[in-house]
Design a protein around this ligand. Structure first.
Ligand code: SAM
Length: 214
């Protein structure tokens, strides 16, 4: 399954859905045309990107089922939306969006980087993480599905780095092997001793995960 198909597979049936940072609008289109939601908000900080989604969803915009909003993150939305997807941006940007706006009742997040920081943030804010997995579509992606209450038992170091479900998913081995190899190569160059120690620790963790047969 491709990345868009995979993230869309996590959308639950709901009344109002928001595709935040929608760009092309494919996920919003999937949600509305699969009958997963009655109303979909498409938001983007970029007018040009939002215009692409508006074009794709023109008939739903005309019927009122799709509402385009140009805004930063969730700032232009009411906090009563049932479910939001924030995909294809960095984890730090996703954290900023959730901090400046609100944590939606249900969310699907697909960070391009800084996933450990995002996991730590969600746990610290008392969110319930329902899915914290990895998939491959030309490269490795993490997907985090959850709710804004209910809490999650504390994650260990590896769970923060890889995601709790990813550690039971054989796909994580390929990711861990690639990350170990990146660090092995960095370690061939000169660097400060404290940086080397940190990289060596990371290298060992990735290598162990890549080779773990449990
Ligand atoms: C790489 S695209 C991802 C599009 C789509 N969500 C996906 O996963 O395929 C990132 C989009 O997020 C938008 N974006 C970045 N930061 C944003 C923010 N703070 N608020 C709203 N949209 C943002 C960009 O303009 C761009 O359209």
């Amino acid at each position: 399954m491709d990345r868009i198909g995979k993230i869309c597979s996590y959308i639950d049936k709901c009344a109002t859905f928001a595709d935040v940072g929608c760009d092309h609008g494919y996920c919003a289109k999937y949600a509305i045309e699969s009958g997963l939601c009655d109303k979909v908000y498409i938001t983007d900080i970029s007018a040009k990107c939002l215009a692409k989604a508006e074009k794709l969803l023109a008939k739903h915009v005309a019927s009122g089922a799709c509402v385009p909003v140009r805004c930063d993150g969730l700032e232009g939305l009411d906090n009563d939306i049932d479910q939001a997807l924030i995909a294809g941006m960095g984890g730090e940007e996703i954290i900023k969006i959730l901090k400046n706006g609100f944590i939606p009742a249900k969310f699907i997040l697909q960070p391009m980087k800084d996933a450990p920081d995002l996991r730590a943030f969600l746990i610290e804010r008392g969110c319930k993480i329902l899915v914290d997995d990895i998939f491959f579509d030309g490269k490795y992606y993490f997907v985090i599905k959850g709710e804004n209450s209910g809490g999650t038992s504390l994650y260990g170091e590896k769970e923060l780095v890889f995601g709790r479900d990813s550690l039971k998913n054989p796909t994580v081995k390929g990711y861990a092997a690639a990350e170990a190899e990146k660090r092995r190569k960095y370690l061939l160059s000169e660097m400060r001793e404290d940086v080397r120690e940190k990289l060596e620790r990371q290298y060992e963790m990735y290598r162990e995960t890549a080779e773990n047969d449990d």
